[in-house]
Design a protein around this ligand. Structure first.
Ligand code: NI
Length: 175
């Protein structure tokens, strides 16, 4: 496993539309391993491959909760070529953040439940219903595969403000 660098706003690669994974090769398994290491180290609960500059439709996620002893049993999940088959009319609001937009959080309204189709690391296809945090997280990560960021759902004023902040920081870092 290897830690990968997470690209951050305003990196233009975040706006790429990622390509489908044709076949689950050893390179894809390696990428998933690297993404888990990177995601846990960050720490984060979800990561799309484009966030480590790999434009393929692959997502890693771990929504494991802490138990009463404050311990967490890892629950790593991989979603390859995920698709949303249907979305509920009912919506829910979560405060979202993104490893590519560090330390910025805003509430986003999305469908509360989605039906999902995806391939696993064994190349097997699955359908599954998602609700709660899982529904929000998978929609956020699938958006990444389409070059969409959660700030796109905010008002233009808020979006412009955060984009400016990160553009300035990137300029300062380049100086
Ligand atoms: Ni994100």
């Amino acid at each position: 496993m290897a830690l990968r660098e997470i690209i951050i706003l305003p990196d233009k690669q975040l706006r790429l539309v990622s390509k489908p994974v044709e076949k689950v090769t050893p390179a894809i398994r390696q990428l998933a391993d690297d993404m888990f290491e990177t995601m846990y180290a960050a720490p984060g609960i979800g990561l799309a491959a484009i966030q480590v500059a790999e434009p393929v439709r692959l997502i890693t996620m771990d929504l494991a909760k802490r138990d009463e002893n404050g311990e967490t049993t890892p629950r790593p999940r991989v979603f390859i070529n995920p698709e949303i088959l249907s979305s509920s009319e009912e919506t829910s609001v979560y405060e979202e953040g993104c490893l590519s937009i560090p330390e910025y959080y805003e509430e986003v309204e999305r469908p509360a439940r989605v039906r999902l189709r995806f391939t696993d690391l064994d190349g097997k296809m699955h359908e599954e219903d998602a609700d709660g945090l899982f529904a929000t997280c998978i929609q956020h990560e699938i958006d990444h595969l389409n070059g969409v960021l959660f700030i796109d759902y905010l008002s233009k004023l808020k979006r412009d403000r955060v984009q400016k902040k990160f553009s300035k920081a990137a300029k300062r870092a380049a100086e």
